[in-house]
Design a protein around this ligand. Structure first.
Ligand SMILES: [Zn+2]
Length: 259
């Protein structure tokens, strides 16, 4: 596979092969399988989506109540965020997923890819009165200035109002920490969303362990945290290498994700 670190959202020239619908289907299906291996899945819930149209409103998403480990590229629903009849169809998506993903893809064309999950560490952090990601090491500082926090939890997120508030609060940030709920990740590509989620879950684990020690945290100054976050930028290619590593693992042991 060619190097895709130069992936640029919105440029039609040199549009990487990875952005074709089939390539997106394969990447998204792979992301579900990898999420299982990393323990981010929960029963048959939670959703990943990826926009296929230039304006972001037509997008792929997992069907209602399928375990992540069984999802294949061809199983993904192709949905139109502006279609008011979606929930009346036989293959209607999960209501809360439509609420969150439909609203974000309808209103935020930059969020090409959206992952929403309840992984154990990020969700435990979301349960604290202050769920902010304090910069205490490299991984936590990676997210300095990049996390929007929504403290307006209103239940199962199946109301239009809940979806609107979530989409507005996310804004142009890559991470939405959802108090009392979980986390959503927005990115330009599936590998970038995967890497953000990978490091966010790791960072939450580290921060929770540091809290659990009962000792005062050595929180970095804003300047140092901002500098450290900026120093992560040249490492963007690492996410693609990491994702490709996992895809090679899947190619060996569960190649049906591509079907
Ligand atoms: Zn949720």
């Amino acid at each position: 596979m060619s190097v895709v670190t130069e992936v640029a959202f919105g440029t039609s020239e040199s549009k990487p092969e990875r952005q074709s619908e089939q390539a997106l289907r394969e990447d998204l299906a792979a992301a579900f399988r990898i999420a299982v291996r990393l323990g981010w899945h929960e029963s048959v819930g939670n959703h990943f989506s990826a926009a296929v149209s230039e304006d972001g409103t037509r997008f792929l998403m997992n069907p209602k109540w399928w375990h992540f480990s069984e999802i294949r590229a061809s199983d993904l629903l192709l949905l139109d965020a502006n279609d008011n009849q979606v929930m009346e169809k036989d293959d209607a998506p999960d209501a809360s997923a439509w609420c969150i993903h439909g609203t974000v893809h309808r209103t935020n064309p930059k969020a090409r890819v959206l992952f929403h999950v309840h992984p154990p560490h990020a969700t435990a952090l979301a349960c604290l009165a202050d769920p902010s990601m304090k910069p205490v090491d490299l991984n936590t500082a990676r997210f300095f200035g990049k996390v929007a926090v929504d403290l307006g939890f209103g239940g199962m997120a199946d109301e239009a109002e809940e979806g609107r508030r979530i989409a507005e609060t996310l804004g142009d940030k890559p991470v939405l920490m959802m108090g009392n709920h979980g986390v959503s990740i927005a990115a330009e590509t599936v590998p970038e969303a995967f890497e953000h989620l990978y490091f966010f879950e790791r960072a939450a684990e580290i921060l929770l362990k540091a809290y659990a020690s009962g000792q005062p945290l050595a929180v970095m100054s804003d300047n140092l945290a901002a500098k450290t976050a900026a120093e992560w930028e040249p490492y963007k290619g690492m996410g693609y290498a990491h994702f490709d590593y996992w895809k090679r693992q899947l190619d060996r042991s569960e190649p049906d994700y591509k079907d």
